[in-house]
Ligand binder design. Structure first.
Ligand code: FE2
Ligand code: FE2
Length: 285
């Protein structure tokens, strides 16, 4: 599992450079991973229209908001600086490549549906100011924590769950049979980040980390991105391009992969305790 997520990540990087079909073995791994996650998170009720989708999404967000997971509480209240570095390491593959694969989604949307996505992407890329792009904000954090800033280090150091989060977005943007999956996941994700990332802003405050902008910026801007997500769903629905069942399945799948990646990263941090530039490689997970 661990090696296959890494292989899928490397295949995705190659695919971003030059569009091509995945190696059949990697493609099969991805298919089984996505299918099994969708199957295991299936709910009895599947929304049949946009109103029902919005209601089910709102209920799910309320559920998430009402209970702080033990992993997030630990990060906010007890995690040490050395443990935090391991958590930052485990999300660096996403932080260092954030939103770049979204470009692949754009031509699959109607022009009207591209607009809310474009407004989100303008923020992801710092309104065209490299210093404010979310990846630069992550690099600022890595630098303050005296961690490497090259992708290769994290490709070696990350566990399977660390690859799974960016790999999910590659599938959503490049290979899902319908952009409805993406629209569901992005709307869910942007809606929960403002409260989910509070554990990150809390630890930055407690440990007096100055480069907290990656987290504090998301807490602020994702409130607006959640609104853009709703506009994306509406624009797709208006032209008959929204499959609400697929959007919902995407939401449940994306929530599961994100939570599992976060919990695994916190577990790894607590187990290893010390970030070690030389010995951060751990393939046992
Ligand atoms: Fe972002
Ligand atoms: Fe966002």
């Amino acid at each position: 599992m661990s090696n296959m997520q890494k292989e899928l990540f490397l295949a995705n990087r190659a695919c971003i450079k030059q569009l091509k079909t995945l190696d059949p073995r990697v493609a099969q791994f991805e298919r089984e991973w996505i299918d099994s996650t969708i199957n295991k998170t299936l709910t009895a009720k599947v929304p049949e229209n946009l109103t029902a989708l919005r209601q089910q999404l709102a209920d799910l967000v309320e559920l998430d908001r009402s209970e702080v997971p033990p992993s997030a509480a630990y990060v906010a209240e007890h995690m040490t600086l050395e443990e935090f570095k391991i958590l930052v390491q485990e999300f660096a593959l996403d932080g260092l490549t954030e939103a770049q694969v979204f470009y692949h989604l754009m031509p699959r949307l109607s022009l009207a549906a591209q607009m809310p996505m474009l407004r989100m992407m303008i923020d992801e890329f710092g309104s065209g100011n490299l210093k404010r792009s979310h990846t630069t904000l992550y690099i600022d954090l890595l630098k303050e924590l005296e961690m490497p800033v090259d992708l290769e280090f994290y490709i070696d150091a990350n566990s399977s769950a660390g690859f799974s989060f960016p790999n999910m977005f590659c599938w959503l943007a490049m290979r899902a049979d319908d952009p409805s999956y993406f629209s569901g996941v992005i709307t869910y994700f942007e809606t929960v980040v403002p409260f989910f990332f509070e554990c990150y802003t809390a630890i930055c405050e407690r440990l007096q980390i100055k480069a907290h902008a990656y987290y504090s910026e998301h807490v602020h801007i994702d409130v607006f991105h959640a609104i853009e997500g709703q506009r994306l769903l509406k624009a797709m629905d208006a032209t008959g391009d929204l499959d609400t069942a697929k959007a919902w399945r995407g939401i449940c799948m994306g929530r599961d992969i994100t939570n599992a990646a976060f919990d695994a990263a916190v577990d790894k941090a607590r187990r290893l305790k010390h970030f070690d530039k030389e010995r951060a490689v751990e393939r046992a997970i």
